[in-house]
Every structure is written in C-alpha cells, then in structure tokens.
Design a protein around this ligand. Structure first.
Ligand SMILES: C[S@@+](CC[C@H](N)C(=O)[O-])C[C@H]1O[C@@H](n2cnc3c(N)ncnc32)[C@H](O)[C@@H]1O
Length: 179
C-alpha cells in the first residue's frame, strides 16, 4: 500500500521499457481478487493479507488460472525462539505465528499446493535486506522531522538493529522462503 514503493515500481518499469505492459493497482491486498485469472499470483512478505500463509494461498487462488503459479514469501523459525521478547523482535506476535521450514513446506501440501521451486534467504542476504532500511529511515527522518509518522519511525530506528541481531544472531529466524 506504499505510494513510495508504487512510484519506485513505476519508475523501474519505465527504466526497463515495460511501462506499457504492466498495471500497478494501489489498493489493500487483503481481499483483492484480479478481474481476469492470472498466470502468476504473488505475495512476498505480507501474508497477513490472508491472516497467514494458508489464508493467503486461498486468497491468491481466487485470482489464479487453473495450473497457474503462486509465489509466496514467508519467514520461518530456524530454531525455537527462547522467549517472547525474541518472538517479538522477529516481528511475530506469538511463537505459533511462524513455523520451522519443514513444517512450512509441509503446510503448502496441506493447502493443496505442490512446492516446485524455492529460494531461501541466508544470513548475509537477510542482513542486506534489513540493514539498508535503517539508513533509509534515518535519511527520511532527517528530511521529514515534522511528519506525523516521524515519532513512529524514530522508535523503529532505535529498536530495529537490536531486534534484528537478537533475532538473527542465533540464527533464530531468517526470512523468507519463496516456494
Ligand atoms: C515486508 S514488505 C515486503 C516488500 C517486498 N515484497 C520485499 O520482499 O522486499 C511488505 C510490503 O507489503 C505492503 N503491504 C502491507 N500490507 C499491505 C496490504 N494490506 N495491501 C497491500 N500491500 C500491503 C507494504 O507496503 C510493503 O511494501
């Protein structure tokens, strides 16, 4: 739902010369169903739109043509989080919200999907995904000190690095798998 991401995506489509071939829809993905059945339905890192992975699969299925592909990005536990503080540092509310990878993969079978491809983040790639966001937040805060979201982002920047290392130093979680 980020207008910044949408603007960036539009610019990138122009840069790649494919702007005429894509349409960007600014909408809440929760409950969104495409007008026409699609070949690929994707949700990378936002399965709360379907209240978790199984619900998101059901939601995407409503947009997918028979035999189409789904692309889903979902974090998983690399090992059991020791306490609730660590669970929350990993952006989960409860330990049960995420699963170890074998259970996650099995769960795709339970919702009627074959896992046909998978890309796993490793520690380095996950760090590269997360850490640049801190500089981005800092630059945004410098440029927008009076924005209504400034306080929220200030708190995020204060806590994010510590939360990241709490969650990942013991390899407790690394997102995301994209079956
Ligand atoms: C964790 S980020 C993942 C972004 C990107 N897919 C990636 O892997 O880098 C989640 C993204 O989903 C978007 N988002 C969150 N809730 C949404 C919703 N209800 N409808 C549409 N987009 C949403 C956010 O704006 C953000 O861009």
């Amino acid at each position: 739902m980020s207008t910044v991401f949408l603007a960036s995506a539009r610019a990138r489509a122009l840069e790649l010369g494919v702007a005429d071939l894509v349409t960007f829809v600014h909408d809440d993905a929760a409950g969104y169903v495409a007008d026409q059945p699609v070949d690929i339905a994707s949700c990378i890192g936002a399965t709360w739109i379907g209240d978790g992975m199984p619900g998101t699969v059901e939601l995407l299925r409503r947009s997918l043509r028979p035999g189409g592909l789904m692309l889903i990005g979902e974090p998983y536990w690399r090992r059991e989080p020791p306490d609730q503080v660590t669970v929350e540092a990993c952006h989960a509310t409860t330990r049960d919200q995420l699963r170890p990878l074998p259970e996650l993969v099995e769960q795709f079978g339970e919702v009627g999907c074959d896992v046909v491809e998978m890309v796993l983040a490793d520690q380095d790639s996950w760090d590269r995904y997360v850490a640049p966001q801190w500089l981005n937040i800092r630059r945004w805060l410098d440029a927008n000190p009076d924005d209504e979201l400034a306080e929220e982002f200030r708190a995020e920047l204060t806590n994010a690095p510590a939360n990241h290392v709490l969650g990942t130093n013991g390899n407790i979680w690394v997102g995301e798998s994209s079956p």
